[in-house]
Ligand binder design. Sequence first.
Ligand SMILES: *Cc1c(COP(=O)(O)O)cnc(C)c1O
Length: 478
Amino acid sequence: MSITPDEATALGHKVWTALQNYRAESEAGQTPVLLQKSAEELAANMGLEGWLRNGGLSVDNVEKFLKPYLADSQHMHHPGFVGHQVAVPHLGCSIADMVHGVVNNPMAVYEMGPTAAVIERVVVNWMLEKIGWRPKDSLTDFENVAKNGAGVLTHGGSLANLTAILAARAAIAPNAWEDGVPNNLALIAPAASHYSMARAVSIAGFGQKALHLAAVDALEVLRPEQLEKTWARATEAGQQVFLVSVNACTTATGLYDPIDEVADFCAAHNLWLHVDGAHGASALLSSCERQLMKGIERADSMIWDAHKMLQTSALCAGVLFRNQRHLVEAFQQEGSYIFYGEDQPGFDVAPFTVECTKAHLGTKLFWVLAMEGEAGMAKFVEKQYADTKDFYRQIQAEPDFSCPYKPQSNILCFLHQPDAPGKQSAIRKKVLERGKFYITTAEVNGIRYLRLAIMNPLTTRQTIADLLDEIRICAKLV
Ligand SMILES: *Cc1c(COP(=O)(O)O)cnc(C)c1O
């Protein structure tokens, strides 16, 4: 099928206009956030089988597909979207994704995407600078100065966690690549870690028996003074602990583990400190919230999802190392047909990632930064964190609601009182059925809470007041 530039422009214009209308309607709260339907109904509404078999989608009929597709999507721009921790994408990202969809450079091999490769390196350097693993004002200095850190972008935080664990494995057991993993190695992480950590432990060949749970307080925050005990227990059992992983912040509560204290422990025992900053590392941008990450420069590795708190469309995650050797040695595998030597311009990142073909992940984040600047980005994080503290006070002031803690980030758990077994989950189900809000739940220390992630800058006190009223209605219906 050949399409002229004029026809392509007309189709693009139509789709882009529909998307901007979608965004505006969502932002104005004129649509449901999400109306749950069966898979069969959705497939029928979109006419999937017909399109797939017969083709023919064009400028003349595109709305037949696009309308139901958008109407039945999760409307993340809607102020009532207070569910999962995925960014409401900045306009810059929407454009960046469109650009990539045309240019489509698989940039992990430099010559297959030189512009996107350079942008990724600059964005990674920017992340490293924010941690303190690179000197300031050197973003476009591409020399691998040995004392600087290094990193790559991956398709998501789960892959970034896996990459960090593989790098730590290579550091403690360099022969593991060749011989397999020694069976006495052990890791310590709190139970509240994201499930991708436990998966990474098994994928990397350690097995779940190597994973020791760190002691936590009633809000599942790691207790650093208890690490010694966990370490001693593993050591007495003949295991060699080589890594401690902490959360900044945890997925369920949004509370930060104390990085600096854990760094003291790791320094005393010569252990690798991994910080899962998928959600919360963005606090590094803000001079007032940065203290939540105190001690981060002492870690060995950190992950940072731009598609959570940096307004970037999915996916864009950084896995970052204080010591650049650790990145280089994570995957000890020759692939001489793509990994060129010194005489080639630029740099290939394929040797340092699980992926081979890779999208222009850095370009997405770059577009947001290029439109907002660093200061605008910091302001966004500060606003979401401050608003969430404000919503906490608002919810606490209601006699029929209670929060178990004052939030440190933009994640907030709360209960509709009086609580009863299964009640909060039943409320959530009802809220979703009615489609005005999208919320989640989380279990913390055995108690199931309603949970908000305030990702949307348009969510206001009025939104929360309306949500509380909706929950009261739903509580009567369950
Ligand atoms: C979201 C999250 C992850 C997983 O990141 P993905 O990009 O969804 O793969 C890992 N750790 C924490 C703490 C998270 O919040």
